[in-house]
Write a protein that binds this ligand. Structure first.
Ligand SMILES: Nc1ncnc2c1ncn2[C@@H]1O[C@H](COP(=O)(O)OP(=O)(O)OP(=O)(O)O)[C@@H](O)[C@H]1O
Length: 366
């Protein structure tokens, strides 16, 4: 009773009509209607929205998409990693592998790639490195000895920065070089020899601290830049004389939201950032589309790798010779529905692309 009296007492202020700001907040926080009808194979996602038409009639829309695997919001990092682990470990066989996280700002790309601080929420980068170390250890019994090294770069406004460097960002000019053997190098960046999987956690922490320092000048730097973690692996087999070289690139792309929503139109720096992001994400889409046409046998199709730093850097890991996977992160909010639909359509295009059969880079003894 006391409870009821006191709540009635306070009710006049509680029942006051919500301000337009409150309504806007409520609208922004409302969950979108997203369902996952395929309970067996987890391949389908359906988005629904209802709105009122100009004539006051209720309008319902529904969009269904199919992918290789759809993860529900309560999926764990370990379930997501299970899906990519085979692909990730194939760099030990001499493949060039690329995993992208795509989606709008705040949708969980960095959480997916880098993860949190506990064992259970570790992201794809630490898990992949651990897996590669485990597999290479197992292959010792077959004569394989591996050397591994890592680099971690950021591409911000079409400039490459070394996330594992010591000096200030943007001071050194880093250039991308591809050699005839299919190896990609970036001038003047720190390449760290990796001797244990645990080392990667401190590299991620170093990268994070460098980005945080840089972001005192530029807001939300991580959302406005691409980060590319590269694990290069070189193997030699003393029993057979074979050698192999593979790479694993784990890419956290910049937020994919369009210009109006990012508010970039009002600010010169943000406009420049958004234009760079749009340019490189559309260059990535163009490269994938051109690879698809080539995969369909349309002759010597030109692949426009040089149209952005991102695609040029990943040239050797984005070709018919490499294995590529894209993880799409989606916001659960109704407010982001249009952005989510754009992302899902982009991912569908990527998913429908066949880029040919990947080849290992193994050298036999001559
Ligand atoms: N599956 C999840 N479980 C728990 N927390 C999560 C999950 N996904 C994302 N988060 C949290 O949500 C917030 C936004 O995620 P995150 O930074 O990964 O998004 P993002 O897409 O990388 O954004 P940005 O483009 O700004 O870098 C973070 O605080 C992150 O820890």
């Amino acid at each position: 009773m006391v409870k009821s009296t006191s709540s009635t007492g306070g009710s006049s202020s509680k029942l006051a009509s919500p301000t337009p700001e409150d309504e806007e907040k409520l609208r922004e926080a409302a969950k979108a209607e997203i369902t996952y009808p395929d309970k067996m194979d987890h391949k389908e996602i359906v988005l629904r929205s209802s709105s009122e038409s100009a004539t006051g009639q209720e309008r319902k829309d529904e969009w269904a998409f199919n992918f290789d695997r759809v993860f529900e919001p309560n999926s764990t990092q370990s379930e997501v990693f299970e899906e990519i682990s085979q692909l990730a470990q194939s760099c030990t066989d001499g493949y060039n592998v690329c995993v992208f996280a795509y989606g709008q700002t705040g949708s969980g790309k960095s959480f997916t790639m880098e993860g949190g601080s506990t064992e259970s929420n570790a992201g794809m980068i630490p898990r992949a490195v651990e897996q590669v170390f485990r597999v290479s250890d197992e292959l010792k019994s077959k004569g394989w000895i591996y050397k591994m090294e890592g680099q971690f770069l950021e591409i911000y406004n079409e400039t490459i920065n070394d996330l594992l460097g010591k000096g200030e960002f943007d001071k050194k000019k880093h250039e991308i070089k591809h050699d005839k053997s299919g190896r990609t190098t970036v001038t003047d960046v720190n390449i760290i020899p990796l001797t244990s999987a645990n080392q990667v956690r401190s590299l991620l922490a170093l990268a994070q601290s460098r980005r945080t320092v840089a972001s005192t000048l530029m807001n939300e730097r991580s959302s406005r830049s691409h980060s590319v973690f590269t694990l290069r692996i070189l193997g030699e087999n003393a029993m057979t004389g074979e050698s192999c070289e593979g790479s694993l690139n784990l890419v956290d792309l910049a937020g994919s939201e369009r210009l109006e929503k990012s508010g970039a139109g009002n600010d010169k720096d943000r406009l420049k950032e958004t234009q760079s992001i749009n340019k490189s994400l559309s260059a990535l889409g163009d490269v994938i589309a051109a690879l698809g046409e080539k995969g369909e046998g349309k002759g010597d199709k030109h692949i426009p790798y040089r149209n952005s730093k991102l695609t040029y850097l990943l040239q050797n890991s984005l070709s018919g010779n490499s294995k590529t996977l894209m993880v799409l992160n989606l916001s659960p909010l109704a407010y982001h529905l249009n952005e989510s639909l754009c992302s899902l359509r982009f991912a569908t295009k990527v998913n429908n692309t066949t880029i040919g059969t990947a080849k290992k880079q193994i050298k036999n003894p001559s």
